[in-house]
Design a protein around this ligand. Structure first.
Ligand code: DLL
Length: 451
């Protein structure tokens, strides 16, 4: 059902009006950061660029980037632009290296966050009268509370069940007649599977919409979830540094995610040189918060790889779309000189019948040589079949991966249930190379999950 929520009005603004609004807000946010954040003022002064020189949106290219390292170096409160009395909430996200990064919100920031989450849920066709199972983790992670307040403000009924306790989740889904679920895609796959074991078919329950994000997932994964769960699966994107969930979301056309451009200004840059790329080119997403008070982020390097679509969307929203994020600039695995992304592996595996969307990638190093093993679970039917079926599947998976990656990798078929299930962000890559031997300078990977 196509519904229109009044909060969604900015999604449909004429582009010229949107650009004028963005410029106005950009000037304000840059002035605020200049006046209140020492690091930003110092960087602008070094460039002899005063905020007053922002005359058109393209002038943003004169501003310095902000990186995750800046957040770490100024830990915990160094990038705040509001005094602590005006800050009403903190969240934190764990990095790969020790210290978390801390993010802050004023009352107005929380209102903006709620409003973009209302728009996101409305774009997925969720409305008042829906019963939403919010299985994103509540706590320092932004997923739980972000989705919670958006859902409540939309007028839906929220069940703040948080992540984990899977059997209880299934009871809640069934008994409370849940119609929409918010969680990571990997957790939904786990829920469907566990429900089956308990004799519950998610397909036959009233749940019709899934709002999935916080980790990359492929179109093959979408097909699996839509078929096995009897739902329509929507992709939602966001990151703590910018606000949390609600930066961008799919509409019913499911072709790219609409960015809430009145609050988040997107650019695509070459991850190596930082040069701004034209619409349609793939590169690193850089985001500027246009209305954040407590912690404005100017040209934040997300490390997420995508491209912007310039064409209008048939849904009528005028806010630009970005392609789904399949990878990050720092999750590339270099294996014997070949670049491999975990998302390529997921797509190749799910195209082979008999393989399940439970897999793990294990990297090892022996005598200076990197090796990759892909462990993939097989369906109970194949597993209990004759040895011949397993051998045939093993060969098919090996060929599918070699074809997709241009590289021979070891495939291990795993028994049903042997790979650990995720309740939040899935950990797909296990890198044992630094344990096996000192890292090789040509090899770099960061696990997909940074939580
Ligand atoms: O994951 C916020 C969020 C919560 C988004 C719930 C959507 C739903 P962080 O923990 O700071 O925040 O992690 C942000 O997760 O830079 C991406 O690399 C990745 N990510 C988030 N959403 C998606 C998505 C939350 N839909 C980081 N597709 C981001 C692919 C995603 N990657």
């Amino acid at each position: 059902m196509m519904t229109f929520h009044p909060a969604s009005t900015p999604d449909f603004l004429p582009p010229a009006q949107m650009r004028a609004l963005q410029l106005d807000r950009l000037r304000q946010v840059v002035s605020r950061a200049y006046d209140r954040v020492a690091l930003f003022r110092q960087r602008l002064d070094e460039r002899a660029f005063h905020p007053g020189r922002l005359r058109e949106l393209r002038d943003i290219e004169n501003l310095p980037f902000t990186t995750k390292a800046d957040l770490r170096d100024t830990y915990p409160f160094g990038l705040f632009a509001s005094p602590i009395e005006d800050i009403v909430r903190l969240h934190a996200s764990s990095g790969t290296t020790g210290k978390p990064i801390v993010v802050a919100y004023t009352r107005q920031d929380l209102d903006v966050w709620t409003s973009v989450m209302v728009r996101a849920l409305a774009a997925c066709g969720v409305h008042s009268g829906d019963v939403i199972q919010n299985a994103y983790g509540y706590g320092l992670f932004t997923g739980g509370l972000g989705a919670h307040y958006g859902a409540e403000s939309l007028g839906a009924t929220v069940i703040p069940v948080s992540g984990g306790n899977t059997d209880r989740q299934i009871m809640v889904m069934k008994d409370f007649r849940v119609t929409a679920i918010c969680c990571t895609p990997s957790y939904f796959v786990h829920l469907i599977e566990r429900a089956g074991e308990l004799g519950v078919s998610v397909r036959d329950l009233p749940v019709r919409v899934g709002v999935f994000g916080a980790e990359p997932w492929s179109d093959s994964m979408r097909r699996h979830m839509e078929t096995a769960g009897g739902i329509q699966a929507f992709d939602i994107y966001g990151l703590s540094e910018i606000i949390g969930p609600g930066v961008a979301v799919e509409c019913p056309h499911q072709h790219g995610l609409h960015i809430f451009e009145d609050h988040f200004y997107p650019e695509i840059v070459d991850p190596e040189t930082g040069r701004v790329l034209p619409d349609g080119d793939e590169g690193e997403l850089v985001l500027t918060t246009l209305s954040k008070q407590a912690m404005p982020m100017i040209r934040y390097r997300t490390r997420d790889i995508t491209s912007l679509y310039a064409e209008a969307c048939p849904c009528g929203r005028t806010v630009r779309r970005m392609a789904r994020i399949g990878r990050r600039s720092d999750d590339m695995i270099i294996i014997r000189g070949v670049n491999v992304f975990p998302s390529q592996i997921e797509t190749a595996l799910l195209a082979v019948e008999g393989a399940l969307p439970h897999y793990q990638i294990i990297l090892t190093r022996e005598k200076g040589l990197d090796a990759m093993e892909v462990q993939v679970e097989v369906t109970p039917e194949v597993f209990s079949d004759k040895i011949g079926a397993l051998e045939a599947l093993h060969a098919r998976l090996g060929r599918a991966l070699e074809h997709a990656l241009g590289l021979r990798v070891a495939v291990t078929l795993a028994a049903p249930h042997s790979i650990q299930r995720s309740e939040g962000k899935a950990k797909r890559v296990i890198d044992r190379r630094s344990i096996d031997e000192a890292p090789h300078e040509n090899s770099a990977t960061v696990p997909l999950s940074r939580k």
